[in-house]
Design a protein around this ligand. Sequence first.
Ligand code: ADP
Ligand code: MG
Length: 260
Amino acid sequence: PAMPERPIDRSHMTVSKTDVAIEVIDMHKWFGDFHVLRDINLKVMRGERIVIAGPSGSGKSTLIRCINRLEEHQQGHIVVNGTELTSDLKRIDEVRREVGMVFQHFNLFPHLTILQNLTLAPIWVRGIPKAKAEETAMMYLERVKIPEQASKYPGQLSGGQQQRVAIARSLCMNPKVMLFDEPTSALDPEMIKEVLDVMVSLAEEGMTMICVTHEMGFARQVANRVIFMDQGQIIEQNEPEPFFSNPQHERTKLFLSQIL
Ligand code: ADP
Ligand code: MG
């Protein structure tokens, strides 16, 4: 229901055939005895826009959290922008710098202004001079269409505005890949579109994206590949058109019949 009316410009959505952004190979993860991710294999080329769908509890969040090393996998390999995720902390920091993450709950600092939220990491993690960091932050607030909110606090903004701030905050770190974990599912319906519009514009500019979302309109229009997960496994993946019109597995059919 929340998709933009305007046609999406796909001219910049070129997918590299040789440049791998993320590769997950034979990966398993357990929480204690619970085998939460089972033999995950996933290769994301630069410029790809992947939507991950699947029932609640199927492991979608855990998978993208592993890609950002917010969770550790126990078996197999995860390679992000050419760096394998191991327990080498220095490398993890390098990887995190290049991977932006946007969560369902915006995780803004409530006691900082919007501008301070956007400049905190650039100044303190990257060592960028304050004036330059603020200039970049304002550029991205323009991008997400809320520059006038810069001196307010998160609590003074709507959910949709806060989520756009969270996206702008990620972009201030100049990520090569953006991970979205149900960025619109905590929002009131009328605010979903303003956030999806920002995500569409990122896709149009060629950003490599992995989006966990139930917004199947977004998946149809923006994704070049939809991945369906159930019970910790990738059950099925395909381009959006065949994925929606001709799902192969019973579990995919059941899921789609429940959400469409
Ligand atoms: P999804 O995002 O698809 O809803 P999650 O990745 O959040 O699924 O969770 C997958 C499964 O792992 C669920 O059964 C959930 O209860 C469990 N789980 C998630 N996080 C933890 C954790 N930190 N410790 C133990 N179990 C967890
Ligand atoms: Mg989740």
